[in-house]
Write a protein that binds this ligand. Structure first.
Ligand SMILES: Cc1cc2nc3c(=O)[nH]c(=O)nc-3n(C[C@H](O)[C@H](O)[C@H](O)COP(=O)(O)OP(=O)(O)OC[C@H]3O[C@@H](n4cnc5c(N)ncnc54)[C@H](O)[C@@H]3O)c2cc1C
Length: 304
């Protein structure tokens, strides 16, 4: 970590909460469910589809996991009541994955039951490498229970190609992203271009299997290469979408994708845990600071 990054990350906990709040507000819809629903509705009106994500991860207390399960069920009810084009993303560690897999399944199956009521889709985010196997296992179990769900694979992980093989038999729905956590060189590519190359290699492999792919990236180089790949493969519009984090200032690129007839989904985090979440993200990945400042000064107009 460079000196400047160390300084910024080290001093972040000393900054007043409102300063972190101003910065987090670039991405986070707000504290409340309604904040997330309203932003999803606004983005729908601009031609984007949406995913809502209740902030929070790794809960160590069984009762807390039940509260999060309820919050996700309320979110699915809210989406239906608002009549918006929006699905949900969740973190399995918030439903108890690190406490006990049975507990996590009990919680997840209740959320899947609720999603089934509305025929809505549930995405299981991918977290760090300590839970990759367990997340894939839970996704396979989820698919057998309610097929309208899927997970995420990370292009920085060396194992991702093998994970596609595991998931393909379950007709998975895969979001492909670069990966957001600090991983060791044994497990993950560290070089920027190597991660991009592995992204492209795995995107092509997913398309070769005819699996639905969520192309989650803000990297303009990757987006251009993916557009070429979609054309080369003549990949059906019903089998892919581009995905971006709400607040990242790539408005023009996303508008261009929509104008060309591609589907684009914004991922919208919300919830009272925004402070702990923001601090954790900044500590884990100091680059977030650089990105956040850029997003702060060059605001995405799509949220207005
Ligand atoms: C919809 C979605 C879902 C995701 N789900 C997961 C998940 O389940 N698991 C996981 O590990 N990771 C997830 N991620 C995060 C992902 O792994 C990357 O860490 C993140 O997207 C940055 O990678 P990038 O592809 O945008 O490329 P980068 O090379 O990191 O970024 C390319 C350019 O985009 C801009 N940019 C990128 N991020 C930001 C930002 N936050 N603010 C401002 N500008 C930015 C910068 O200009 C940067 O130069 C998700 C990302 C998206 C978009």
């Amino acid at each position: 970590m460079g000196l400047l990054n160390r300084l910024v990350v080290g001093s972040a906990p000393l900054m007043p909460k409102f300063v972190i709040g101003r910065v987090a507000s670039v991405y986070v819809a707000g504290d409340k469910l309604e904040d997330g629903l309203k932003l999803a509705k606004k983005l729908n009106s601009k031609g984007f589809t949406a995913t809502l994500d209740l902030l929070g991860e790794e809960v160590n207390n069984r009762k807390e996991t039940n509260k999060i399960r309820k919050a996700y069920c309320d979110l699915l009810d809210g989406i239906a009541n608002y009549g918006i084009d929006c699905n949900i993303s969740l973190k399995l560690t918030a439903l108890g994955l690190k406490i006990d897999e049975e507990l996590c399944w009990d919680n997840l199956s209740v959320v899947l039951d609720k999603a089934k009521e509305y025929n809505n889709f549930v995405r299981m985010d991918m977290e760090d490498s300590t839970v990759t196997d367990a997340t894939i296992k839970m996704c396979k179990k989820g698919k057998n229970y309610y097929s309208n769900c899927g997970t995420v694979l990370q292009a920085y992980m060396r194992r991702t190609s093998d994970d596609i093989d595991i998931l393909k038999s379950h007709n998975a729905n895969i979001r492909l992203c670069k990966g957001a956590y600090k991983e060791s060189p044994e497990l993950a590519y560290q070089n920027y271009q190597e991660v991009r190359d592995n992204y492209m290699k795995n995107a092509e492999k997913i398309m070769d299997h005819g699996i639905f792919i969520g192309l989650a990236t803000h990297d303009e180089w990757l987006i251009n290469e993916l557009e070429k790949l979609i054309t080369k493969k003549q990949y059906k519009k019903s089998h892919y979408e581009f995905q971006a984090l709400s607040g990242v200032p790539i408005d023009k690129t996303l508008e261009r994708l929509i104008a060309l007839g591609h589907k684009v989904r914004y991922y919208i985090p919300y919830g009272p845990e925004w402070y702990a979440y923001s601090m954790r993200r900044m500590k884990e990945n100091p680059d977030i600071w650089k990105y956040t400042l850029k997003a702060f000064f060059f605001r995405s107009k799509h949220r207005n």
